[in-house]
Design a protein around this ligand. Structure first.
Ligand SMILES: [Zn+2]
Length: 265
């Protein structure tokens, strides 16, 4: 993703200590993005995450995905996760905004794509999306969803999955070519389908729709004939009459003006 702002943090492992990336961990800041920037920049906090998403949808990155972060209070998870913090979680202050949720969904979908995960799902520690509170070792028991104004994580997962599903449309040519046109309930061969549809089916449908057009409830087919032969000439006659009347009015007006000009000489 091109709109991620690199912030950096000194708080991370170098590499992943033999672990591979297996999941995303979702967190809530219980505060604002700026405060998280400051905490993660401070070495003595010993805290970090890979990403932080703010209320405007701004995404900050603190740790490279090549390194484990100090996010989950669990050595194995720290080394095998990509952790995402979200602005919000305060009863009277920072809340989760739709912009934050949208940006997080895009980020999660992007991560899933890059690691070859077809979809995201949460199922305790069995899925590829983990909630911080479910990871052994943490005392953040309301992170990310149980805090006041906590993270609606299902919405993020669902939205990310819709983005991932949309990605299967990348080869639209194949979809069109393999589309099953079924004349008389039979499935013609791919490709031939499109040819048949464009060559035979479409012209017939257009012809039918013209012939069946119901002009003032008269007989189909006759409709078109009646429209062209009677309705249109009638409209033209009316239009001609209107123009003739207007021309007459203009002539009368010109005459009046001429007379006025004569009188003032
Ligand atoms: Zn957390």
């Amino acid at each position: 993703m091109s709109d991620i702002i690199w912030k950096g943090s000194p708080n991370h492992y170098v590499g992943r200590n033999g672990y591979g990336v297996t999941h995303i961990t979702l967190h809530i800041m219980v505060g604002y993005l700026a405060g998280t920037d400051a905490t993660f920049a401070n070495q003595s906090s010993r805290a970090s995450a890979h990403y932080g998403v703010g209320a405007t949808g701004e995404i900050h990155q603190y740790v490279s995905e090549l390194d484990g972060s100090y996010s989950d209070a669990n050595y194995a998870s720290n080394n095998s996760t990509i952790s995402i913090e979200h602005e919000g979680g305060m009863a009277d202050g920072a809340v989760c905004t739709q912009e934050c949720i949208d940006a997080s969904a895009r980020l999660c979908a992007d991560i899933a794509r890059r690691y070859g995960w077809k979809k995201l799902w949460h199922d305790g520690l069995k899925g590829n999306v983990w909630l911080h509170r479910e990871i052994p070792g943490t005392d953040h028991l309301s992170c990310p969803d149980l805090a006041p104004n906590g993270l609606p994580y299902r919405q993020i997962i669902d939205q990310a999955n819709r983005i991932l599903e949309g990605g299967t449309m990348s080869n639209a040519g194949d979809e069109v070519w393999n589309w099953a046109y079924k004349p008389n309930g039979k499935n013609a061969t791919p490709g031939g389908n499109m040819y048949n549809l464009l060559t035979y089916e479409l012209p017939q449908r257009i012809r039918d729709s013209i012939m069946q057009y119901s002009y003032k409830g008269s007989a189909p087919g006759g409709n078109v004939y009646n429209t062209i032969c009677f309705e249109i000439p009638g409209m033209l006659k009316q239009l001609t009459k209107t123009i003739e009347t207007q021309q007459k009015q203009i002539s009368e007006l010109s005459e009046k003006i001429s007379k006025l000009e004569e009188a003032t000489k």
